[in-house]
Write a protein that binds this ligand. Structure first.
Ligand SMILES: NC(=O)c1ccc[n+]([C@@H]2O[C@H](COP(=O)([O-])OP(=O)(O)OC[C@H]3O[C@@H](n4cnc5c(N)ncnc54)[C@H](O)[C@@H]3O)[C@@H](O)[C@H]2O)c1
Length: 256
């Protein structure tokens, strides 16, 4: 899929991995719709990048919000060619903490709702919009790229909710790609290791340094433009479909 002149919707595009993706797509000449709950950061980034980038306040768990965000993307660029899903939250919590307090069920539900149900919600509504596209010479109508995490495979203590939500994203990649193949829509998932973003900034410097030491090569945390660069490659490489790609410097996370 060409980036230049096409239109992309980036959830979680106001910050971190999504923000870097928005910048890369805009620099490559795409129209970009930032769909995020963070209005201040989203509007700021859209203003910084110019008229081809628009922010639309969107909660990925809301059917109405996502439908309106897609309508805004269609208004911006005429059709919707790609969706990159970077909206996500972390719920770090043991099921029983050291004082015996139980993991609140509502917290588990919230993590699943945003990371998994939100991803599915955006996928189904975006696929409907992409069906309207005239296929490329290769028969391609659209590309959907989801973001899981290496926690889907190497979930640590305290990550039951986060790992389950991301494993769900991994699990639906192949069935969605199989179903949408007949419409020329590819579905891919990226599973990042630990990247330097506001999300990772929540943990202490000591923990960040300890995690960076686990990364085999390069011996550091990932940088958001490296994630965006993988998005760029996936968009351009039509043979990539129905697969999950780890981008993690060969780290395998231990139990804690
Ligand atoms: N940073 C990492 O180390 C890392 C590692 C693995 C996976 N990930 C995943 O990558 C994605 C991006 O993370 P990041 O590090 O850029 O984090 P981030 O916190 O910088 O960005 C996440 C964005 O998602 C938005 N968001 C949260 N809930 C939303 C909702 N309901 N609807 C719409 N937007 C919502 C936030 O406002 C924020 O702008 C997430 O799915 C995260 O789980 C991050």
């Amino acid at each position: 899929m060409n980036i230049e002149g096409n239109t992309f919707l980036v959830t979680g595009g106001a910050s971190g991995l999504g923000g870097a993706t928005v910048k890369l797509l805009a620099a490559a000449g795409a129209n970009v719709l930032i769909a995020d709950v963070n209005r201040d950061a989203g509007e700021h980034l859209a203003t910084e990048l110019g008229v081809q980038v628009r922010f639309f306040p969107t909660d990925v768990t809301s059917e109405a919000d996502v439908q309106s965000a897609i309508a805004s993307a269609l208004e911006l660029g005429g059709s919707l060619h790609g969706v990159i899903q970077c909206a996500g939250i972390v719920i770090p919590r043991k099921i029983l903490d050291k004082d015996g307090a139980i993991h609140p069920l509502a917290l588990f539900t919230k993590g699943i709702q945003v990371n998994l149900v939100g991803t599915f919600n955006v996928t189904r509504l975006a696929a409907k919009a992409m069906m309207q596209n005239t296929p490329s010479a290769e028969g391609e109508r659209g590309v959907i790229i989801n973001t899981a995490s290496i926690a889907a495979f190497d979930g640590q203590i305290g990550q039951a909710c986060y790992a389950a939500s991301k494993a769900g994203v991994v699990g639906m990649t192949l069935p969605l790609a199989r179903e949408l193949a007949r419409s020329g829509i590819r579905v891919m998932t990226i599973a990042p290791g630990v990247f330097e973003t506001p999300m990772a900034a929540d943990v202490s410097e000591t923990v960040r340094e300890a995690v960076a030491r686990l990364v085999l090569f390069p011996n550091r945390l990932g940088r958001a433009p490296e994630f965006a660069s993988l998005v760029e490659h996936i968009l351009g490489n039509v043979m990539l479909n129905g697969e999950v790609i780890r981008i993690d410097g060969a780290v395998r996370m231990p139990a804690r």
